[in-house]
Design a protein around this ligand. Structure first.
Ligand SMILES: [Zn+2]
Length: 165
């Protein structure tokens, strides 16, 4: 096999772009799609073959992965998913139920995050006004402390904004 042919083999685990030929080819197991999220690859999509029979613990098979699911921890996530899917008594309905509870939990967490974000914006907004006024008045009314307090509030708000993004 030439060096070029070897570099073209998908088993080199390098990211590649799906071609007409890839899509038309007969793929075993899950077919030509992401083993993690199930998306079917179309011409032009990025994908990668991941070797997973690493010999440490149970193997859940090698798999294809899409750009969205790929990452440095993809193998760890694959093994974690396999441990859940192949746990004793696990079946489609148990997994479906787990997804349903996680969705509900996610909706709650998202709502809480949005409420927290709004609360921080509400706190920071009047602070901005006070800060501006204090600066305009040369800090004679509220003094440097008010100005400093506002700056602290805005610094905290910006930190929280970043964390809650
Ligand atoms: Zn995926």
């Amino acid at each position: 096999m030439s060096e070029q042919e070897s570099a073209d083999r998908f088993t080199n685990q390098k990211r590649r772009i799906a071609t007409e030929r890839d899509v038309a080819a007969r793929w075993g197991g899950g077919g030509f799609g992401c083993g993690m999220c199930g998306v079917r690859f179309e011409v032009g999509d990025g994908w990668r073959w991941q070797y997973a029979n690493t010999g440490d613990g149970p193997s859940y098979g090698n798999f294809l992965v899409c750009d969205k699911c790929d990452g440095p921890d993809v193998l760890a996530r694959w093994k974690e998913a396999g441990a859940i899917a192949y746990a004793p008594h696990a079946d489609e309905m148990t997994l479906g139920s787990a997804v349903v509870s996680l969705r509900a939990e996610l909706a709650t967490v998202t709502a809480e995050r949005d409420a927290l974000k709004q609360a921080l914006e509400d706190i920071a907004e009047p602070m901005k006004g006070i800060q501006r006024e204090a600066a305009e008045l040369g800090c004679k009314v509220n003094g440097m402390m008010a100005n400093g307090l506002c700056q602290d509030a805005n610094w905290l708000r910006d930190k929280a904004r970043k964390a809650l993004r």
